[in-house]
Design a protein around this ligand. Sequence first.
Ligand SMILES: Cc1cc2nc3c(=O)[nH]c(=O)nc-3n(C[C@H](O)[C@H](O)[C@H](O)COP(=O)(O)O)c2cc1C
Length: 339
Amino acid sequence: MTMAESTEQRKSRHLDVCLDEDVASRLDAGWDAVRLRHEALPEIALADVDVSTAFLGLPLRAPILISSMTGGTSRAAEINRRLARGAEAAGIAFALGSGRAMLEDDGLRATFDVRPAAPNVVLFANLGAVQLNYGVGTDDARRLVDRLGANGLYLHLNPLQEALQAGGDTNFRALEPKIAALCAALDVPVIAKSVGSGIAPSTAARLLRCGVAAIDVAGAGGTSWARVEGKRADDPARERIAEAFGDWGYATPRATAALRGALPDVPLIASGGIRDGVQIAKALALGADVAGLALPFLRAAEESDAAVTGLIDELVTALRIALFVTGSRTVVDVREALV
Ligand SMILES: Cc1cc2nc3c(=O)[nH]c(=O)nc-3n(C[C@H](O)[C@H](O)[C@H](O)COP(=O)(O)O)c2cc1C
């Protein structure tokens, strides 16, 4: 954050850049190469397919998460309410954007507080892990979770994004003990995520040793945060540096498979570039428990409540069909459908 730009201004600009500019990674993430069995004789009815699940003990009617995006501006307040209402009605999970702005100014709480609109949604708060080196303490994190009535806390790991921001928070020294202290102090689970660059199995293992309860790969292939920061940069050299990292990171399908292979029992979310229900089915087949999408939900929420509901319906319908035609009755059965 530069001195001239408040967290609130930065967040609003992020929304504009993500909505108005091409910020997609150009990496071929490899979803087409992930093939699922086609079962011509599934021996079940489409109506038998059950996509419900539980994540960290929290019941979901479908294994889908609206990934962390926003908060801190009045525009964000409406987006968050629309997303939360849609998630609650459909029984999917919803993650808020970084709550740092609310910690800096409690007057912004209403822009994050979706509990009045969605009393029962599975809800995650969000903070940048690096903020633990910039004055955010365990008490702050607890306050965030408590005030928002969140079921868990996302900690995002974004060294690339911070390095590409003018005046970004780039001191990532010795965060592990702070993450461990945070996990020990909170009554709710902590989930570690990237922001579109992925998490390697060795890093995930270190996070789990800190007490993190779940990993969200948030891999490459979707929204590119390097590209977002590049579009935001006001100097051409910074823009070129950011663009050089435009396709950086571990592609989501491979990174998901690698994490599941290395950590058979970890609660795992696949996200980053997931755009339809077939990709959700593929993510589950690769070992994810839940699949997350961010930017498509931002576009829908900008439009209307109906657009959010419509997108969720479309994702769930395609996921159910994918399970049906692989002969999978449940989200666990589809793990057998990889070819
Ligand atoms: C407008 C916008 C704001 C975001 N803000 C956050 C954030 O505050 N915290 C976070 O962990 N991730 C944030 N992300 C990253 C997303 O959660 C997600 O990891 C990334 O966009 C990749 O998913 P996608 O390809 O489905 O968009 C943001 C994404 C978008 C599009």
